[in-house]
Design a protein around this ligand. Structure first.
Ligand code: URA
Length: 237
């Protein structure tokens, strides 16, 4: 591996996602909080779910985790970022996206003119699979109800599915991420509930592994669509 090239690419990516952007305005709407529930009730119920997650023993991952990672962010978020599962750093700290992929996600959020505290961040699985192996179907089945309840409570306007696993799980499809990203899809929260727009994009860990201008530009194109859909300013690059 050409280390110099890799570090130059990472520096370039850093600059792209952080360079020259100011945080413009408050990005979440104070009047929104999961349907008609008031914000305090949403916070209370989210904490309730977090407690259930921390005590959960529905699958084998409970025996290998250090900390469960329920999710984090603004209970009134307009955007809910959803990844696959906690990694080693997240397992150690009990918070989502705090390792290298998380640092890149932070840069993407900053490039969008937002702050981490404006959005909500969670995962399909709340516990780390050993050695970061792929989630197993029975684990997803056990864990998904927590995420479904979080989505219902937060009621985001847009879900951003980070990577193939999150996108396929939420959209109930096996299509490759290349076919799912780039245009809005519909996430169906359940019978009688309105669909939520979902933008799938590449996982930050994939961007770190497979750095290319094209992949970076694709993620930025996807995020610009999210901002436009929310009538938020789109920072130039
Ligand atoms: N990758 C994920 O999908 N989620 C995290 O929380 C961290 C890394």
């Amino acid at each position: 591996m050409d280390l110099k090239k890799v570090s130059r690419q990472h520096l370039e990516m850093d600059r792209f996602f952080t360079g020259g952007f100011t945080i413009k305005g408050r990005q979440s709407s104070p009047d929104r909080a999961g349907d008609d529930k008031d914000a305090e009730e949403v916070i209370r119920q989210l904490e309730d779910i977090a407690q259930q997650v921390r005590q959960c023993h529905k699958c084998e991952l409970a025996s290998t985790r250090t900390n469960a990672v329920p999710g984090q962010g603004n209970p009134q978020a307009r955007i809910f970022f959803i990844g696959e599962a906690p990694g080693a750093d997240e397992d150690a700290q009990g918070q989502p996206f705090v390792g290298r992929a998380g640092q890149l996600l932070d840069k993407i959020i900053t490039a969008m003119g937002l702050r981490r505290q404006d959005v909500y961040i969670g995962n399909i699985l709340k516990c780390r699979p050993p050695d970061n192996r792929d989630p197993r179907p029975e684990e997803v089945i056990s864990c998904l109800p927590y995420l479904q309840q979080q989505i219902e409570l937060i009621n985001p306007e847009i879900i951003v599915a980070l990577g193939a696993h999150a996108a396929r799980t939420l959209l109930e499809t096996n299509k490759p991420i290349g076919q799912l990203r780039g245009r809005f899809q519909q996430y169906y929260p359940g019978l009688g509930k309105a669909a939520i727009k979902l933008m799938a994009t590449y996982h930050p860990a994939y961007l770190l592994r497979s750095y290319s201008h094209e992949n970076r530009a694709r993620v930025w194109e996807d995020m610009k669509k999210v901002l436009t859909e929310l009538s938020l300013p789109v920072p130039d690059h």
